[in-house]
Design a protein. Structure first.
Length: 264
């Protein structure tokens, strides 16, 4: 109990500190140095000073309490005081949303981060209204990553979902593991509710979300061929981003009901 109390006390302390992101590859054993947008936010916006304590996380479950030892407009250095490495999540929910318009897609990414998606892999479909490639895609991908990091900072999760670059639906479906649970919200008659599925003994689920106008009948048939179960989210016709977040919230709840690999 004493150990648990100390950990909880550490977490409460961290939640009162300003949060900053530093990719895991850039961490050092004793101190952390971050630059760019994070440094500017620390020094110019929040006006932190040398001696202030901050929280730094890497998006992979590692969170450090640190004290600022050097500060400029473009760089911040902080000495590590303590670190918590959160355990890997026992249930993984991977989101496969069809590409939709910019603003709702960015909102989707933010909420997927808050709700604990393990990864987001956008797919291109026949009815996708957004087509990206080359430099434009890279700029968008970096912007999307930034949205997810900011969302993680705001909600105090130690995890940032892995963000894949958009790929064609037909190439994505065969690459998914055969033994995972796969669901696809659909408006067809032959559906079941997410609560009707059994998640016992499973720790990985993929959720495929259609674009505005939904998948074509050929795409739905292809998804079912690769193991996706059509599910209903109720009688209403939801926007694509609403369907994604509703599915993710329900799946997160259902997956957490069962300990990892426990059979019922």
């Amino acid at each position: 109990m004493a150990t648990t109390g100390r950990v909880l006390g550490f977490i409460v302390t961290l939640m009162s500190l300003s949060r900053f992101y530093l990719a895991s590859a850039l961490w050092q054993p004793e101190n952390l140095v971050f630059s760019g947008d994070e440094a500017a936010h620390c020094s110019r916006v929040l006006r932190r000073q040398i001696g202030d304590r901050i929280e730094v996380f890497d998006g992979d479950g590692r969170v450090a309490a640190a004290k600022i030892t050097a500060l400029s407009k473009n760089s911040v250095q902080a000495d590590i005081e303590s670190i918590v490495q959160h355990e890997m999540r026992s249930a993984e929910v991977h989101l496969l949303p069809a590409m939709i318009k910019a603003e709702p897609f960015e909102w989707l990414l933010e909420k997927a981060t808050e709700l604990g998606a393990s990864s987001v892999r956008p797919v291109m479909t026949q009815r996708s209204v957004v087509q990206l490639s080359g430099d434009q895609l890279e700029k968008k991908w970096l912007k999307w990553q930034r949205h997810m990091i900011e969302s993680a900072k705001q909600c105090h999760t130690p995890w940032v979902p892995q963000l894949e670059r958009p790929a064609d639906l037909k190439s994505v479906l065969p690459s998914l593991p055969a033994d995972a649970i796969k669901v696809m919200p659909a408006l067809t008659e032959h559906t079941c509710g997410l609560h009707d599925l059994s998640f016992a003994g499973k720790n990985c689920v993929f959720a495929l979300i259609g674009p505005e106008g939904d998948f074509t009948s050929e795409e739905e048939a292809l998804a079912e061929k690769h193991g996706f179960q059509p599910v209903t989210l109720g009688p209403l016709i939801l926007r694509a981003e609403t369907a994604a977040i509703t599915t993710l919230a329900i799946l997160g709840h259902e997956m957490r009901r069962f300990p990892k690999n426990q059979e019922h």
